[in-house]
Design a protein around this ligand. Structure first.
Ligand SMILES: [Zn+2]
Length: 459
């Protein structure tokens, strides 16, 4: 990180705490490593992002339905998915860039002839310590932690811990499995025909030892995701289609093309279920980092759950009558990551003015209403009436403290796109000034036109 980039990250973290976007979790107890709480403005921004996503990718499409599933699932789900076995690798972490690597892959990558499959953590440690193997991610040498067995799934128990019959369960490591497990239920009730998707939003958990970079990598995180079920022959076409759609939404959100790139996963990096994976990465102050992922999961999950559960998860074509197991394209959108990257992208400085250039649809407040002077009851009363009317339809802030310039600065800093001021002219002709956050320019509009004007900005 250059000092300017470092600086930007510090500014965002400080702004988030000072204005109530994100607080350290359990703050009064000294926090809990890598846990964060969303404050009054953070929850609005997060919910607005979530709602836009749901509207764009679920409600407005004929080929998508949603579910909202439990976080705790039958442990056999995670055996079928491969997470119980597959998440048990021997891993090392790079202390320089925080990337985690499978210890055997690390060695075989540099010494292809050295066969280390089945070696113990100690044996792998010795090899890594006695060689100059660089981190494949950042190139750092001699920066690895001890190799150890690691399962990324969080475990907990149902029932009293002292009782012998207490059952161990996992907090879900991804939200995808609920969409596979419910495949038959959804097909039965929705009568969707291929291709179609099942969407879900919710928390997933990963017991990682090296999270970091503010809310980028955390133990629990919010995902927005769908499983898009297709015929195998069409996977390449749909892969490209969803890649384009993921990118398109980023541009609608206001990201610059030069801050985004695609990264294809190499064969050694692919998850156990994936035949092709592309990450959409964002240029953060701590390097290019994944914001969205896109994976072709084949028919791995539906087949595996059919085998494990004994319930056939297949699709019968209503026209031809043929029955088969659909393949799956999975676009994943990290909600909390997206929020961080949006703040980094939106942060602007214009002289001593700081503003967040957030799309009006996602800004915590759509507008703020001020009486020009707080000690003139007529102004306050009129402004209050506008505020009460607009807040039935929009998220609106009220401010009568200090001078008008300070109020503008305060709203700019949290990304409020429109500030509405009631002044003396308002008392005569029922007009107000409306100020644009990005240009800092004012125009005069009729009070009765305000609601339609704001609605149009959100469309
Ligand atoms: Zn590294």
């Amino acid at each position: 990180m250059t000092s300017a980039e470092n600086n930007l990250m510090d500014k965002i973290v400080s702004l988030c705490k000072r204005r109530g976007f994100v607080f350290p979790g359990s703050d009064i107890y000294g926090g809990l490593a890598n846990s964060w709480d969303y404050g009054p403005l953070g929850v609005e921004l997060k919910n607005n992002l979530r709602d836009w996503w749901w509207q764009r990718f679920v409600r407005s499409r004929d080929d998508m339905v949603g579910i909202d599933a439990a976080i705790l699932m039958n442990p056999r789900v995670w055996e079928a998915s491969g997470h119980v076995a597959g998440f048990n690798d021997i891993m090392v972490d790079c202390k320089a860039c925080k990337a985690r690597h499978r210890a055997d892959h690390l060695i075989e990558h540099v010494y292809p002839d050295m066969k280390v499959e089945g070696a113990s953590p100690k044996e792998l440690n010795d090899i890594i310590k006695n060689t100059d193997i660089p981190c494949p991610n950042c190139g750092a040498k001699k920066k690895f932690t001890e190799a150890r067995k690691f399962n990324l799934l969080f475990t907990t128990t149902i029932g009293s811990v002292e009782k012998e019959d207490a059952t161990a369960v996992f907090l879900r490591g991804e939200i995808a499995q609920a969409m596979f497990v419910n495949f038959k239920n959804v097909v039965n009730v929705s009568r969707k025909r291929l291709p179609f998707g099942i969407a879900s939003i919710g928390k997933a958990f990963r017991n990682e030892i090296t999270p970091g970079n503010f809310i980028y990598r955390t133990l629990e995180f919010d995902l927005m995701e769908f499983e898009y079920f297709i015929r195998e022959a069409e996977w390449q076409r749909w892969f490209q289609y969803w890649l384009d759609e993921q990118r398109a939404w980023l541009f609608e959100l206001g990201f610059e093309a030069t801050h985004i790139r695609e990264r294809e996963h190499g064969p050694e990096e692919l998850s156990h279920y994936s035949k092709r994976t592309v990450d959409i990465e964002y240029h953060t102050p701590f390097g290019w980092k994944e914001m969205f992922g896109l994976a072709y999961r084949t028919d791995f999950d539906l087949k595996s759950h059919t085998k494990q559960s004994g319930t056939e998860l297949a699709y019968t074509d209503p026209e031809g009558g043929e029955t088969f197991v659909p393949h799956v394209i999975e676009p994943t959108f990290g909600l909390t990551r997206l929020l961080l990257m949006l703040l980094l992208e939106a942060y602007k400085e214009d002289g001593d003015r700081v503003y967040l250039k957030l799309h009006p649809k996602i800004a915590p407040y759509t507008a703020a209403v001020f009486p020009l002077l707080a000690n003139k009851p007529q102004l306050v009363e009129k402004a209050r009436a506008i505020y009460d009317d607009l807040r039935k339809h929009f998220m609106v802030a009220w401010d009568e403290r200090g001078n008008i310039g300070k109020r503008y600065y305060s709203q700019d800093e949290i990304g409020t796109p429109y500030c509405i001021t009631v002044d003396f002219q308002s008392l005569e002709d029922d007009t107000v000034t409306i100020r644009d956050r990005d240009t800092a320019k004012h125009e005069r509009v009729k009070i009765e036109a305000l609601r339609a004007l704001l609605a149009e900005k959100l469309a």
